[in-house]
Design a protein around this ligand. Structure first.
Ligand code: NI
Ligand code: MN
Length: 229
């Protein structure tokens, strides 16, 4: 069993989890760093962390085309139902559920979450996924640093994707502190340099994490994958 985690650019991922195709925050249209187009993506599941356009992204279009099950908080799922998407599964922060590809727990995220039409999107979240193999991947999504990351780290995280862009989320220094709390085996930086306000030297951040923590940091290019085995 292996999990292929492909970074599509910004905060978007395509996972192949033992044959299940899982998208996280699929934002391709209008994403200057997108490695593919929304039309090219297949999906069995779509995880949506919050309502902002750079995360909800193409989820509605992809869900309608593929029939993928959309997983998110109650408010976002409710809104998706109003868009005609019926294959949905609502959860909320702290709650986990055994989906076919693994156990998905919604985590804290300190951020906002309005939907494109201004609707209330509830609290934003991240995702802590325990795959069938027992391997754990943490997608922090959009958040500031919070000390409870230590509790997620206590679960034993194999792979983490952390925002380092600053301005809207953690910047490089807080993301470095997040690595110290989470202690992931492997970590990749995301949510940087898509636009000027979040321009960052990700290579310098990766070097610092590799030199000063026990975690292994990798710098993926959009479209590149990491395989969790
Ligand atoms: Ni956001
Ligand atoms: Mn964002």
């Amino acid at each position: 069993m292996s999990i292929q985690i492909t970074w599509l650019g910004h905060a978007s991922f395509a996972l192949n989890a033992d044959g299940y195709k899982v998208l996280v925050d699929p934002f391709l249209s209008g994403n200057p760093l997108a490695s593919t187009s929304a039309d090219a993506l297949e999906a069995d599941f779509i995880l949506i962390s919050h309502g902002h356009g750079d995360h909800l992204g193409d989820a509605v279009t992809i869900a309608k085309r593929t029939g993928a099950k959309c997983i998110g908080n109650f408010e976002i799922v409710n809104w998706l139902n109003g868009q005609g998407i019926t294959n949905t599964h609502p959860q909320h922060i702290g709650g986990g559920y055994h989906h076919e590809f693994g156990y998905v727990k919604l985590t804290i995220a300190h951020h906002g979450s309005s939907l494109p039409d201004g609707s209330y999107g509830g609290n934003p979240c991240g995702f802590l996924i325990t795959f069938k193999s027992g391997k754990k991947a943490y997608f922090a999504c959009d958040t500031g640093l919070f000390y409870d990351m230590k509790l997620y780290g206590d679960e034993g995280i194999d792979f983490a994707a952390l925002p380092i862009g600053d301005n809207f989320t953690m910047g490089p220094d807080d993301a470095f502190r997040a690595v110290e709390l989470l202690r992931p085996k492997v970590v990749i930086p995301i949510h940087f340099s898509t636009w000027p306000p979040i321009e960052q030297d990700a290579a310098a951040w990766v070097k610092r994490v590799n030199e000063q923590t026990t975690s292994r940091a990798l710098l993926l290019k959009p479209g590149e994958s990491y395989t969790l085995e």
